[in-house]
Each structure stands twice: as structure tokens, then as C-alpha cells.
Design a protein around this ligand. Structure first.
Ligand code: 9G3
Length: 575
């Protein structure tokens, strides 16, 4: 490709709206341009990268026997009514009507469409297992699109759906997809971890996320330094504490804590550390038939955080969790948040496992401006439940008993799910099994955020000059810079010759023939991040050499002009 006849679209300045490196660099290197919030044009250089990512995904999916199809972006609302999800999702699900007022959605995912397809096309167990995938545009009307394509509203996903006669077959495909994802992200040159994940609202009972480790990541993952344990913090657990509680001391008593509304304020007023003050939170129970709901108290060590995903999973607790309002708390306990505690609380009391080991601690007195001190479980709080309610913290013991947990930010680039029969039952996708019984098919689903992968790769592969592409996804393999093109016939001839020869070899070349100032050409080539760059200049040619630079190592070497092709073949790993 010649830059004189290309849409290079590089920017000299950092766009003010970009707050993470990948967003800034994708705009500056001319990969994307925003059309609307969370909606982007992919310019030629960006599209070349996308195409490489898709090619690697296709190769690894096809190797595992997955079969490519294409499903529509626009989906009939009736399918979402069948699965029960039409009313379940809020404004994130973009709804629209056609000219005849028929209702549709812009597909945020394709479980409904694929299940409707397969309930018609798959009748016999002999057709199973079947694993169908697509690489398709998705739309999710995110409330806060940000970080460029990392959290866009319109994005490209590879989504696969597998169908099985039984769970054992599903497990096999799940493992195949897990292995395919490992191969894909390895070939893309990403540093990633597969972590146990919460299956969230899509149901099912087993899921792993593939997380690219990067500080710009929105997810937090916990991993052990001595075992393969790794989990999204939404479901990560620490090893259950097994130390005994200290013996109860003096009976509990009231202590004035005027104006104290937080654990830290109460701890300071009482002159004790925060982890000796109980954090008592009140959430709503599930709405009952009569439309009312109970209030439930969740108690943690004062210095630890409630994990809202874990709390939402507690039976008969509203999911997602709803914190009780100040009014309903005051009506129920006679006090306001900041002075709440489990003693004389009239509802269910659930202690986190770490809080269950506290003794002689302080807690709210359920009277504004007062706390109780020297409180002890059992003696003062006779009936309460114990559950894992908290977020794990740096240094917690790994739940498998091996090593300690460390927390890292991650960018979720893929997820594999066991869906079970949630959709096949809801939508009547059954097969006749060997006993002639009609059974709902077991399903799995497997997604990769294709556009997000590009951003994640840049987060991990850039320096102060720009992007440093992993070889597997670079938009071009070789860049040619011709210095002083307009003044030197020799430079022009040498550059054209090299360009033609590399093109003839099928090497992807970007030839900068703009006759621009050297600085501009160097900085553009570095910004775009092409792995191997050849600079041709009159002075070098006089000495019979051209200059090679490796974008990743920034190492330069002079190469005799007659040896350039052989040298590049060797650097490109070509015979
Ligand atoms: C919706 C909206 C947003 C959504 C979903 C549905 C996420 C939704 C989960 C999945 C699960 C898997 C197949 C590929 C891999 C991921 N956000 N999810 O179901 F209506 Cl608005 O998409 N789907």
C-alpha cells in the first residue's frame, strides 16, 4: 500500500476525549473515528487489524469443528418474548418497529435466534453435537459507553452456540472452546488468564471469562500465586477462616457516638480499629405475593466490602440486590444507617464468614447516635446465619489452600458458558433421544469481543511512540520510509524496487511515499506500530546500505541494499 494513495488518517495531537491509552492511540493512529457515542467507523488500518483477529478466530473455531453461519442484527421481539427476556431487559435492549409496526430488537446477543433456528433444523440426536458460530455486529445501548471501542454500543462479537443431547457432550465442547480460546489469545500475542466467572443473568451453571491483564480493565480478577485458581472478583472466595473466636469479655454496653455515620467515624469515636466495628447493611428480600418485602441485615467486618453479586444470590434476597431506603430502615429499626446493628433486629441476620470470627466488637445500637461495645456472637446474637458475603482482598488465602490471592484489573475479551436447557426448554428446542424420548437440548455459548480484542491488545502493546503490534495482528508487516524522495532519484528507484519485490512476495507493506519531512514519516510509522521498518535515504545509499528498525526493540541495523530481501524474509520467519 502507498501512503500517497491511502487513508492514513493519523493525528498529531492527543484527542481530549480519550482517557485510556488504547482509545487515544486508536484515534491517533487512524484506526477508528467516532460517529456517535459508542459507535465507530473502522478506517483502513483498523479494519486490517480486525480482519487478522477474525481470521485467527475462524481458524481456531473451525479446527474444533464449529461451523460458521450469519444471523441477523435485527431480531423479532416475539423470540425474546418466548425466552422471557423481552421484559427482563431495560433500555440496554434497543427496541424498534418496522413500517407495519412489528416489534424488533437490535441483537445484543443471539441465544433466541439460534435456538429458534435449531428447533427447526435439529430433530434427531444423531445430528448432535452441533456448534454454530458467527462474527456479527451487536448492539447494546450501554448507559455509559467509554474507553472507545472497549465499551462501545455497537461492536463485533464472535458468538458460538452449541447443542447437545446430554451434559457430558456439552462438557466436551466447553473444553474444546476453552482450548480454542487459549490458542486464539496466545496467537494474538495477548497476556491473559481464564478465570471462573459468575454466570449472571443468563443462567446456566458454569462459566469462564478470558481476561486480558491491563490496568485500564473494568473487571477485577483474583488469582493465586501458587495455584491455577483464578476468578472474577464477583465470585472469588478466600479460604474459609477456621480460627476460633476469642472468649466473650464484659457484657455489652451502650456508648455515645454522636454524628458517627460510617464505620471509620464510629471506630475513631470509640478508639478501636475499623475491623473491630461491625458493618451492618440492610437489603430488601424478594417481593412476596402480597407485594411487600422483608428486610435482611448483612453484617461484615468494618474494613471489608460487601460483594453485591454474592449477596444477590442469597435465597429470598432481591437479585440484583436492593438496599433498603433510609425511611424503611427507620420504620423497621427506629434508627438510621450509621447506627444499625444486629441486636434486636427483627429480620434475618446474615454474617459474613470473616465477621463470624469477631469477638468483643462494636455495632450500631439501632438508636441514632449510639453504638454497643463488647458485643459477642451467640451470647448477644443468638440466631444468625453465616455466608460468604465479601469481596476478597489482596493477600487473602486462596480458597484451594495454595498461596495467596492477588488482584489485577482485566479486560474481558471472551467468555464461555454452559447454558443448560434454559433456552431450549423455553423455546421448545428438543430432540428425540435413543429411547425415543423428546428432550430439550443442552446448550453452551461462547463469545469473543472482536473489536474489544483490538483495544485490549493495544493496552498491552504500546510505548510512548505509539502502538507496538504483536506480529499476529499488525496491519502491515513491513513499512518502507523513503527520505527525500523528491530530491533523489536513487532513493525513489530503490524504494519502488523494494516495494514491488515485497508486494510480489505477498508481504503486507506500507510504503510511505509522501515526500514528507523525515520526522513526520518516522513518527507516523511508529504510531501505527508496524513491526519491521526499512528507511531508505541518499546518504545510506551512497554507502550501499539501508536502515532497518525493529518497532518492538527499537534496535536499528544497517543492511547492505542487496541483502534487504533476505534479511526481511529471515525477520518475517519466511523461508
Ligand atoms: C441483552 C442485553 C445485554 C446483554 C444480554 C442480553 C450480556 C446478554 C450475556 C451474553 C451471554 C453470551 C452469547 C455469546 C457469549 C455471551 N449482555 N448478555 O445475554 F438483551 Cl441488552 O450475551 N451470549
Amino acid at each position: 500500500m502507498r501512503t500517497s494513495r491511502y487513508l492514513l488518517a493519523t493525528l498529531k495531537e492527543n484527542p481530549v476525549e480519550a482517557v485510556v491509552d488504547s482509545h487515544r492511540l486508536m484515534l491517533r493512529a487512524g484506526l477508528i473515528r467516532q460517529v456517535a457515542s459508542g459507535i465507530y467507523n473502522w478506517l483502513p488500518t483498523g479494519l486490517r487489524v480486525l480482519s487478522k483477529v477474525e481470521a485467527i478466530i475462524r481458524e481456531e473455531m473451525n479446527k474444533k469443528g464449529a461451523i460458521e453461519i450469519a444471523m441477523p442484527v435485527v431480531q423479532p421481539a416475539d423470540l425474546w418474548r418466548e425466552s422471557g427476556r423481552y421484559v427482563k431487559y431495560g433500555p440496554e435492549l434497543c427496541r424498534l418497529k418496522d413500517r407495519k409496526q412489528n416489534e424488533f430488537v437490535l441483537g445484543p446477543t443471539h441465544e433466541e435466534v439460534i435456538t429458534a433456528l435449531c428447533r427447526n433444523e435439529i430433530k434427531s440426536a444423531r445430528q448432535l453435537p452441533m456448534n454454530l458460530y458467527q462474527i456479527q455486529t451487536k448492539f447494546r445501548d450501554e448507559v455509559r459507553p467509554r474507553f472507545g471501542v472497549m465499551r462501545g454500543r455497537e461492536f463485533i462479537m464472535k458468538d458460538a452456540y452449541s447443542f447437545h443431547v446430554d451434559h457430558e457432550s456439552l462438557e466436551q465442547t466447553y473444553q474444546d472452546m476453552y482450548d480454542a480460546y487459549t490458542a486464539i489469545f496466545t496467537r494474538l500475542g495477548l497476556t491473559f488468564r481464564a478465570v471462573e466467572a459468575d454466570t449472571g443473568s443468563i443462567g446456566g451453571n458454569h462459566s469462564h471469562e478470558f481476561q486480558v491483564l491491563a490496568d485500564a480493565g473494568e473487571d477485577t480478577i483474583a488469582y493465586s500465586d501458587e495455584s491455577s485458581y483464578a476468578a472474577n472478583i464477583e465470585m472469588a472466595e478466600a479460604l474459609a477462616p477456621n480460627e476460633e473466636r476469642e472468649a466473650p469479655g464484659a457484657a455489652y454496653s451502650k456508648a455515645p457516638t454522636p454524628g458517627c455515620h460510617t464505620v471509620d467515624e464510629a471506630a475513631a469515636a470509640l478508639g478501636i480499629p475499623a475491623d473491630k466495628v461491625l458493618k451492618s447493611l440492610v437489603v430488601r428480600g424478594e417481593t412476596k405475593e402480597d407485594g411487600t418485602h422483608d428486610l435482611i441485615m448483612l453484617c461484615l467486618r468494618g474494613n471489608q466490602e460487601l460483594n453485591e453479586i454474592k449477596a444477590g444470590k442469597i435465597p429470598s434476597v432481591a437479585d440484583p440486590i436492593e438496599f433498603a431506603t433510609e425511611e424503611e430502615i427507620a420504620a423497621f429499626t427506629g434508627a438510621h444507617p450509621g447506627s444499625l446493628g444486629p441486636i434486636d433486629f427483627k429480620g434475618r441476620i446474615i454474617f459474613d464468614r470473616a465477621a463470624d470470627k469477631m469477638s468483643n466488637f462494636a455495632c450500631g445500637a439501632n438508636e441514632d447516635g449510639f453504638h454497643l461495645i463488647n458485643v459477642n456472637l451467640d451470647r448477644d446474637i443468638p440466631n444468625y446465619e453465616v455466608m460468604d458475603l465479601r469481596n476478597v482482598e489482596e493477600g487473602d488465602p486462596s480458597p484451594d489452600g495454595k498461596g495467596k490471592l492477588h488482584l489485577r484489573k482485566g479486560i474481558e475479551v471472551g467468555q464461555v458458558f454452559m447454558l443448560g436447557t434454559k433456552y431450549s426448554e423455553a423455546m421448545g428446542a428438543t430432540v428425540t433421544d435413543k429411547n425415543g424420548q423428546n428432550i430439550p437440548m443442552e446448550m453452551g455459548c461462547y463469545g469473543i469481543g472482536v473489536t474489544r480484542v483490538v483495544a485490549a491488545a493495544i493496552e498491552q502493546h504500546h510505548d510512548d511512540k505509539g502502538i507496538v503490534w504483536p506480529e499476529g495482528m499488525a496491519p502491515f508487516q513491513v513499512g518502507i520510509i523513503a527520505l527525500g524522495l523528491g530530491k533523489s532519484e536513487a532513493v525513489k528507484a530503490e524504494a519502488e524496487k523494494l516495494y514491488e519485490e515485497l508486494e510480489a512476495m505477498g508481504v503486507e507493506v506500507l510504503y510511505d511515499d509522501r515526500d514528507e519531512r523525515a520526522g513526520v514519516m518516522f513518527s507516523d510509522m511508529e504510531l501505527i506500530g508496524i513491526p519491521h521498518v526499512i528507511t531508505i535515504g541518499a546518504k545510506g545509499l551512497d554507502k550501499g546500505i539501508v536502515e532497518y528498525k525493529n518497532r518492538r526493540t527499537l534496535e536499528k541495523e544497517e543492511i547492505k541494499r542487496e541483502d534487504v530481501l533476505a534479511a526481511l524474509k529471515q525477520k518475517l520467519g519466511r523461508a
